[in-house]
Design a protein around this ligand. Sequence first.
Ligand SMILES: NC(=O)c1ccc[n+]([C@@H]2O[C@H](COP(=O)([O-])OP(=O)(O)OC[C@H]3O[C@@H](n4cnc5c(N)ncnc54)[C@H](OP(=O)(O)O)[C@@H]3O)[C@@H](O)[C@H]2O)c1
Length: 161
Amino acid sequence: MEKIIVVAVSKNGVIGKGGTIPWHSKEDMQYFKSLTMGFPVVMGRKTFESLKKPLKGRLNIVISRNKELKYNYDEVKVFNDLTDAYNYCSDHEKVEKIFIIGGAEIYKQAIKTADVLSVSRMDFEAEGDVLFPELDWGKWEEETRIKYPDFSVVLYIRKRK
Ligand SMILES: NC(=O)c1ccc[n+]([C@@H]2O[C@H](COP(=O)([O-])OP(=O)(O)OC[C@H]3O[C@@H](n4cnc5c(N)ncnc54)[C@H](OP(=O)(O)O)[C@@H]3O)[C@@H](O)[C@H]2O)c1
């Protein structure tokens, strides 16, 4: 099962501000939707709560340390651990890929074992309080780069040793 990180990041590394994404890009939202549709999306509790409602057509997996946490939606599952979420997807959902969709806390942990990064590199700087975590780019190889009007989608594959 392929583990794919999806993120949109400004030129200065910002991904969030005050609990939301500090820009609105219709094209990037469309790209995100077509990429992830039909597959599980894994996210931190804060990111899920920023969405207001689950992403349609996808199993929404929320990671929280709160063992009592439940949401009243059939398409939402809560796990207390990222690895438990991965195991559930491979054993029960039997999907070929899952998408890790943020935020920073979850990216930081997921990067260690992710296979692919889909980075929407916005063409502008942004003010914000949440940054995409530092990572060793030497371990990643750029595979494709597609230019959109205000951003480029860059796909990186983990280098094989
Ligand atoms: N630009 C983008 O592509 C993008 C994508 C996604 C999100 N964002 C932005 O990123 C910001 C949110 O990011 P964030 O880093 O603050 O929060 P986050 O990663 O969305 O969620 C953090 C929460 O996840 C849970 N968690 C983290 N590690 C865990 C672990 N090892 N085990 C169990 N639970 C764990 C905890 O939930 P509990 O507190 O419930 O225990 C923690 O408070 C928002 O501004 C959002 O809009 C941007």
